[in-house]
Each structure stands twice: as C-alpha cells, then as structure tokens.
Ligand binder design. Structure first.
Ligand code: ADP
Ligand code: MG
Length: 274
C-alpha cells in the first residue's frame, strides 16, 4: 500500500514538473456483476506517453478494469477520466454532483480515443490483413477508401507486415495476426492503447515479435496500459507497474517493485510467473 501512496505523490510531482494532466485517472472504481464484487476501489493514474503494466493472478479483475476504461462495461461506482473527460456520464446539477448518462454517440466518440488489443486477435477471417485494418476507418470513421488504404498500408508497415497486405488471417502466424490486430487499432489513431494479455495465446517463439512491436509503439510516445504476464517486458518497458489481486491494487510503483516486491501476495505471484 505504501507503494501506491508513493506513486500518487510521484504523479503529482510529475504533473507539477511537466504541467501535464494524466491521460487516465481512475478514482474509487468498483465493479460488481450481480453479487460478485470484482473491483473493490481502484485508484490509478496514467501519465501521457507512459506505459503502465498491470500484473496479477487470473481472476483479479485486470480485464474488467481495461473494459471499464474502454467503456465495454459500465462501472458500479467511482469515476474514470480519460484525456480530462469524465467517461460515460456528464456532471449535472448546481454543484456538479449529479450524473447523467451520456448518449450513445458521445460514448462512441470517447471510446474512439482508445484502441484495444485482446489476447485473441479477433480478425475478420474473410478479409485480408489490409481489409482488416481498413475496416473501421472506412465503416466507422468514414474515411474515404483510397485514404484508408494508404493509411492501412502505413500501419501494417509500422508493425513489420508491409509484405503481407493481401494475406488472410489463416495464412498468417499467430504473431503476425496479433500484429495485424495492433495495426488495426493504430489505424484509428487512438490517444491510448490498451493491451489485454496480447501474447498469452501465442506459441512461445512468437511472443518476442509482438512484444517488440508494442515496445516500438511505446517508444513512439503512445500512452499504454498493458496487462501482461511477461515480467521481463514489464520491467524493461513499463514506467509504472501495478500488481492487482482480489480486485484491489495491492502494490504499484516503478518497475523496480518487480525486483523488490513488498507484499507477500506480489512476492508469491512473482514466484509463480518468473
Ligand atoms: P483477470 O483478467 O484478472 O483474469 P477478470 O477481470 O477477467 O480477471 O475477471 C475478474 C472476475 O470477474 C472473475 O471472477 C470473472 O469470472 C468475473 N467476471 C468477469 N466478467 C464477468 C461478467 N461479464 N459477468 C460475470 N462475472 C464476470
Ligand atoms: Mg483477463
């Protein structure tokens, strides 16, 4: 817990130094599915252009937290602020204490600021790599086809697949498919990228190429939250490491907390994954 308090002090210091607002603020967030209380008061800040790695055992609420940030689920309590905007609701009433649900269009606009990559690549099987990356810009973003194609080629080149434009998912390795999924998210020009165990479904020999692409996108300045069991990657790439268990942040801080875990639960978790 002391780690978490240090973290917010650091973030405040950072804000004073850089004048930057956090890209994401999560404040007192709870999520329940019926009687199942999955997130029990999460507080977290992510600064622009930084990488936050979320570690934790299965069932600890990591995916649920990402899904709340991206409004794939609605939170039960607390607030999530992305790019300075409260997500999902607008404040109403004289003191701004009341909340009113935003309409679908406003929520879609907020969601468009965030790109998400899942464990399973979820590519359209009947579309080529190029078709998959062009799909959302053309049909959601209403970008003219020729422009979307040019942009999609650029994004596929960015993830090292400039020579696989016309391949179908079934003709690509898992690592290549996941890189297409990353290009597809980037093609919407998100301000923030969320990765939910992006390498967990891959054969071990394909993990490295996907992590390398994520690392490169991070180096280009993208704000990222990455749920991962790749401890080496977290230590190397993340500026902030968060360990969740049982729906709470047990420990958080710089990547050095991986080498010096304070809590028993984090120590035990690291023993199981390292
Ligand atoms: P993690 O990603 O850390 O493995 P999850 O966020 O997926 O954890 O899940 C946390 C808990 O919430 C689990 O017990 C899971 O079964 C439960 N859960 C997740 N999504 C739902 C849902 N849509 N309905 C009911 N329970 C859910
Ligand atoms: Mg998960």
């Amino acid at each position: 817990m002391s780690g978490q308090m240090n973290m917010s002090a650091d973030t405040n210091a950072e804000k004073e130094a850089t004048g930057q607002e956090p890209a994401i603020i999560i404040r007192g967030v709870h999520k329940a599915f019926g009687d199942l209380h999955v997130l029990k008061g999460i507080d977290l800040e992510v600064m622009p252009g930084t990488v936050t790695a979320i570690l934790g055992p299965s069932g600890s609420g990591k995916s649920t937290l990402l899904r709340l940030i991206n409004q794939l689920e609605d939170r039960t309590a607390g607030e999530i602020i992305v790019g300075g905007e409260l997500t999902g609701y607008k404040r109403i009433g004289p003191d701004g204490q009341g909340l009113q649900r935003l309409d679908d269009k406003a929520i879609a606009r907020q969601r468009a600021r965030i790109g998400m990559v899942f464990q399973r690549f979820n590519l359209f099987p009947h579309m080529t790599a190029l078709g998959n990356v062009m799909e959302a810009p053309v049909h959601v973003g209403h970008v003219p086809k020729a422009q979307a194609k040019e942009e999609a080629i650029k994004q596929l080149e960015r993830v090292g697949l400039g020579d696989r434009l016309d391949y179908y998912p079934s003709q690509l390795s898992g690592g290549q498919q996941q890189r297409v999924a990353i290009a597809r998210a980037l093609a919407m020009h998100p301000e923030i990228m969320l990765f939910d165990e992006p390498t967990s479904a891959l054969d071990p020999e394909l993990v490295g190429e996907v992590l390398a692409v994520i690392k490169q996108v991070a180096a280009e300045g993208m704000t990222m939250v990455v749920v991962t069991h790749e401890i080496g990657f977290a230590r190397e790439v993340a500026g902030q490491v968060v360990f969740m268990d049982g729906g709470v942040v047990v420990e958080s801080g710089g990547p050095d907390i991986i080498d010096h875990p304070e809590s028993r639960r984090f120590q035990e978790f690291l023993r199981t994954v390292l």
